[in-house]
Write a protein that binds this ligand. Structure first.
Ligand code: PLP
Length: 388
């Protein structure tokens, strides 16, 4: 007997990255620039805080919304980092990573058929999460020639009668794009004009380079009341495995999200929340050190890619570069497959991040400088062989 699967789930494709990484895992001596997670272990003071909480026997559930002390730490941190004030008791929900916050926010917002706009290339989960929440996703393509910046005029053009939500992610996975404050201001004005709710994924907001400061749309006039700000500890604090994220927004939406979270998850991991207090209160020096290291690696990888003749925008945030490889005569997918099979370097085909990205590959520099240098030498040999 075959068990019937829900129609929505059947319609969702497997992640384009998954099949590729199954091949990677079956090979030896591969250098992977494919993974979107820090190569650093969580800073020691944060790990120690978690150990200490275990020693004290803090192993039970927390409030559904999250530990009150952690929510106070989040409120103070977000005020300092992004300049927006949230009330710890009603405007913050602690989640199992940004992943869960994203899913719960969409489910709390959407009625069947509601439309959600997002800019492409984008993180692989956006489109499936919208579908799973009963919505319809509409991608707004951003262009390589424009540094993958989302333009307010393109947002306005994409708005239709069922559009309810705009999703933003700057710095962006996979392009590393950041957005100029003037453009953010224009997008905010459009959201106010068309009564859109904004879901802003700020997971890379600490990781900006060249001295650039980060701005969130939630801080724009008229936006706090229509924005759900999502953030978490995975990237800047090197805490992917702890599974801690959070959502900040108006009380009524946080309350609605809490209902879903309460029945589906109950609460985020207690040990992770205890560690999160230490991360947000005393983690900044470690974040700054990791940021310096990422910036240095970014400079090396961008220079190497340009030296081998691959067109590459210098990204100003996150820890990815997204070079265009079509000049070699190969699509991003063929380039990735042959680079892996012939030179044992794993990068992610660009089409995993959107239908307009088949000419690109994503390389992560969340891996050691030594590994990056070897990977770049191998990639240069590969590109030479294609030209030869
Ligand atoms: N949002 C973006 C843009 C990401 O790149 C990722 C992970 O790669 C996530 C969310 C998921 O983060 P978390 O570990 O907090 O669930």
């Amino acid at each position: 007997m075959s068990i019937p699967i829900s129609e929505v789930v059947s319609r969702i494709p497997r992640s384009g990255i998954r099949d590729f990484f199954e091949i990677v895992q079956s090979m030896e001596d591969v250098i992977s620039l494919g993974i979107g997670e820090p190569d650093f272990a969580t800073p020691w003071n944060i790990r120690e805080a978690a150990i200490h909480s275990l020693e004290r026997g803090r192993t039970g559930y927390t409030s559904n919304l999250g530990l009150p002390r952690f929510r106070r730490a989040i409120s103070t941190y977000i005020k300092g980092h992004l300049g927006v004030s949230y009330e710890p008791l009603g405007e913050i929900l602690v989640s199992v990573g940004v992943s869960e916050a994203l899913d719960v926010a969409l489910r709390a917002l959407l009625n069947p058929g509601d439309e959600v706009l997002y800019h492409e290339p984008c993180y692989v989960s956006y489109s499936p999460s919208i579908l799973l929440a009963g919505g319809r996703g509409r991608a707004i393509p951003t262009k390589w020639e424009e540094n993958f910046i989302l333009k307010a005029s393109d947002v306005e053009k994409a708005i239709g009668p069922r559009t309810r939500v705009l999703m933003l992610n700057f710095p962006t996975n996979p392009s590393g794009a950041t957005i100029p404050p003037e453009e953010l201001e224009r997008i905010a004005a459009i959201c106010v004009k068309y009564h859109l709710v904004v879901l802003t994924d700020e997971i890379y907001s600490e990781l900006t380079y060249d001295g650039a400061s980060h701005h969130t749309i939630a801080a724009q006039p008229g936006m706090k009341e229509r924005t759900i700000l999502l953030h978490g500890l995975s990237k800047a604090f090197a805490m992917t495995g702890w599974r801690i994220g959070f959502a900040c927004g108006p009380t009524e939406i946080i309350e609605a999200m809490m209902k879903i979270h309460q029945y589906a998850i109950l609460c985020a991991p207690t040990m992770g929340q205890e560690a999160g207090i230490e991360a947000l209160e005393r983690g900044e020096p470690a974040v700054a050190a990791m940021r310096r290291e990422y910036e240095m690696r970014r400079n090396v990888i961008v220079r190497s890619l340009n030296d081998m003749g691959l067109e590459c925008v210098k990204p100003r945030g996150a820890f990815y570069v997204f070079p265009k490889v079509s000049g070699t005569g190969l699509s991003g997918r063929d380039f990735s497959m042959r680079l892996l099979q012939e030179h044992k370097v794993a990068v992610v085909p660009g089409d995993a991040f959107g239908s307009n990205c088949g000419d690109h590959v994503r390389c992560s520099y969340a891996t050691s400088l030594d590994q990056i240098k070897v990977a770049m030498t191998r990639m240069a040999e590969f590109v030479d062989s294609l030209r030869g």
